[in-house]
Ligand binder design. Structure first.
Ligand code: ADP
Ligand code: MG
Length: 438
């Protein structure tokens, strides 16, 4: 049927119209076809007769074509008689059936806590949002999972949408970018795909590492990239690693990704984690005591997603039992959440207990004010391990050990010297470290 039409029609019409039609079902002499919503009905009418003729030839029966808009329901679920042929042209609507996710309303610059770990990418993202295409192009943000890449990227989207309504900004995950492209290729609508993207002013593609091994999509992205770059339209991408560490990324794409600014988000330090928790509590209008927030910030170090998860869990529990959460319950809940306690949570109490055990002392001996000679070294070891294994500030370590922060600095330096000279001591400290990190 296609070849009959191909012969009969001029090339552009065939490409633009017939190839973009999708037959849905043939029912009682009626052939239902889907067309992209951008095709004008007038344009279609010119060729409808030819299509009907070709279809009739093909089936041997008289066939009537019923045209439906792309999103029309499937035949199994709709009664054919009630499917109104909606063929009016829809202006300004992308021919691409979008599955792209919307922006999360919480992922704004206002809700983003800035710390030493993310200062540079934050500044860069803000600059890009204020002057798209002019500040840094492309902007490449990379970092481990749960550290705020998506949040920052979507913040650009929110900011642009709010301050520059004439610019079309689109956020998409790389995953769905790939799927969209492959679907369009399969449906012979690659043209729609490219058109859609070239119409945008700002393109935000999240988790670009998923382009790995997707040669065709890479090529398509490369072309879109070039167009954007030449027209000074902004591109922002995120990745869980540096461009050069994404295997099978084509060299020329790799080099282009390095043309703009490449910056990373690091895991947040204790202070930033605490600020993030406070911010979240404030946004959610919940009450959680400082003591508990402090504990969560100490305990959950891996990333911000886990940090938020811990807080959410604690708040949910508090609401469930309808009472305020104390430190004891918080500890229990967090412990349950992290079966591999590993390096993610080592509490000062644990360190004191383990060290005391090793030196045949009671925990109180180490944390107390006593100045007995035999507790001096264990206390020094405990201070050192807290420095090494936790994110506690010098002040907090001092508090745990009944000392001020200058003493803690001194203790740590002293122990390092002693370990350098005394292999036996070094082994003891290392075995303690291992035991605690298990
Ligand atoms: P990634 O994309 O790097 O995996 P996300 O952007 O999804 O991480 O962040 C995970 C969660 O942590 C989100 O809920 C996000 O709002 C939150 N988050 C990350 N960084 C910050 C920050 N600096 N301030 C406040 N919330 C943050
Ligand atoms: Mg993400």
């Amino acid at each position: 049927m296609m070849s009959v039409l191909e012969e009969k029609m001029n090339r552009p019409a065939f490409e633009m119209l017939i190839k973009r039609m999708a037959p849905v079902s043939l029912d009682d002499g009626k052939l239902y076809i889907n067309i992209p919503s951008t095709i004008s009905h007038d344009y279609l009418k010119e060729y409808l007769e030819a299509v009907e003729e070709a279809a009739s030839m093909f089936t041997g029966d008289r066939v009537k074509i019923i045209v439906m808009q792309e999103e029309a329901p499937e035949m199994e679920t709709a009664e054919p008689a009630r499917v109104a042929p909606r063929v009016e042209e829809k202006k300004d609507v992308s021919p691409l059936k979008k599955t792209a996710p919307f922006l999360n309303p919480r992922y704004t610059f206002d809700n983003f806590v800035v710390g030493g770990n993310n200062q540079l990418p934050y500044n860069a993202a803000y600059a890009v949002a204020e002057a798209p295409g002019r500040a840094y192009n492309p902007l490449f943000i990379y970092g481990g999972p749960g550290l705020g890449k998506t949040h920052l990227m979507q913040a650009i989207g929110h900011y642009v949408a709010a301050t520059k309504p004439n610019l079309i900004v689109e956020y998409n995950t790389c995953d769905s970018f790939v799927t969209e492209f492959l679907t369009c290729v399969r449906e012979k609508r690659a043209y729609d795909f490219k058109n859609h993207y070239l119409n945008l002013d700002i393109l935000l593609i999240d988790d670009i590492q998923f382009l790995e091994g997707k040669d065709r999509t890479q090529y398509e992205f490369f072309q879109i990239f070039n167009e954007f770059y030449e027209k000074k339209k902004q591109i922002v991408v995120t990745s869980d690693r540096l461009p050069k560490d994404i295997p099978t990324l084509e060299d020329r794409l790799l080099s282009r990704l390095n043309w703009g600014l490449v910056c990373d988000i690091q895991p947040p330090d204790f202070e930033t984690r605490l600020l993030i928790l406070r911010k979240k509590v404030e946004i959610d209008r919940q009450y959680v005591s400082e003591e508990v927030l402090d504990y969560i910030a100490q305990a959950v170090k891996t990333d911000i997603r886990h940090l938020e998860g811990a807080l959410t869990r604690i708040i949910a529990y508090a609401n469930f039992v309808n009472r305020e959460i104390d430190l004891e319950i918080a500890k229990k809940l967090i412990l349950e959440m992290t079966p591999d306690r590993g390096s993610s949570i080592i509490s000062p109490e644990e360190i004191i207990k383990t060290v005391a055990n090793k030196f045949n002392l009671e925990p109180d001996d180490i944390s107390g004010k006593r100045r007995k000679k035999e507790v001096v070294l264990p206390r020094r070891v405990a201070a050192y391990l807290m420095r090494e294994l936790t994110d506690l500030s010098l002040q907090s370590i001092g508090k745990q050990l009944g000392r001020d922060h200058t003493t803690i600095i001194y203790s740590c330096e002293k122990l390092e010297k002693e370990m350098a000279e005394d292999d036996g001591l070094k082994k003891i400290v290392e075995s303690l470290k291992e035991e605690l990190s298990r």
